[in-house]
Unconditional design. Structure first.
Length: 238
């Protein structure tokens, strides 16, 4: 589950205005194509890259891989079907409703999540539209993170818990992002945007749903990107 702080609005506003974003290099992110400005088309493009990377990685490790069953889109504020095991909106009816406003200063939260019970990735369509207004990989890194949770499900084993589970998914996102750069889908400017996005999504590492501090989230994503070391990702704050 992605929880978005109010500071994200300032981040996106600065991005649209052309302010510098601290990243791995001074490279600018690649310009958006018309197709990438559509959330579904962007996710479809990223799906091919991320799925190819993990399929090849599992084959190299001698493990059996399976892709997420479905990328499920929903619109915040409207009920969307979800597996009952992941129906955590307070009403166990097999539907999830996340009330979000994207207008003016009333916009407070946006959600994307992975449900291990049905192995689906759930994405808020309007949230992704909002993120794409600044850069496609601001949204893309969230998608890669949720796919990282699916990899945790496939790998099973002694996975970390709490913030460690989220940091491992950040590191896995860094791995698949590295592949995106190697194949020309992304560039180092996109990686800088993604790292900054995860930093803004950091928290104190405590509370009911800790995801790691800003420095931890950015650090583990960049660690996965720079090293390409999946085994080290699995040691994230265990």
């Amino acid at each position: 589950m992605i929880r978005v702080p109010a500071t994200l609005k300032l981040f996106l506003a600065a991005a649209v205005a052309g302010a510098a974003i601290v990243g791995t290099t001074a490279d600018r992110a690649q310009a958006l194509t018309p197709e990438q400005q559509d959330p579904a088309a962007l996710v479809s493009q990223l799906t091919q890259s991320i799925n190819t990377f993990w399929r090849q990685s599992f084959a190299r490790w001698g493990y059996r891989y399976r892709a997420p069953r479905l990328i499920q889109w929903y619109n915040a504020g409207r009920a969307a079907p979800v597996h009952r095991a992941c129906d955590d909106d307070g009403v166990a009816d097999g539907y999830i409703t996340i009330n979000v406003s994207y207008t003016n200063d009333t916009w407070q939260d946006g959600n994307s999540f992975y449900c291990p019970a049905d192995e689906k990735i759930y994405l808020d369509y309007r949230f992704f539209q909002y993120l794409i207004s600044s850069d496609d990989y601001v949204a893309g890194v969230i998608f890669a993170h949720e796919w990282g949770h699916h990899i945790q499900t496939v790998l099973k084993g002694n996975r970390p818990s709490g913030a460690g589970l989220e940091l491992e998914a950040d590191c896995f996102a860094g791995l698949s992002s590295r592949y995106g750069v190697q194949t020309g889908l992304l560039n180092t400017g996109d990686i800088g945007w993604g790292a900054q996005m995860l930093s803004l999504l950091g928290d104190s590492g405590t509370g009911n749903d800790p995801h790691g501090t800003p420095a931890q989230r950015k650090g583990w994503f960049l660690y996965g990107y720079k090293t390409g070391n999946a085994r080290a990702c699995s040691g994230a704050y265990r």
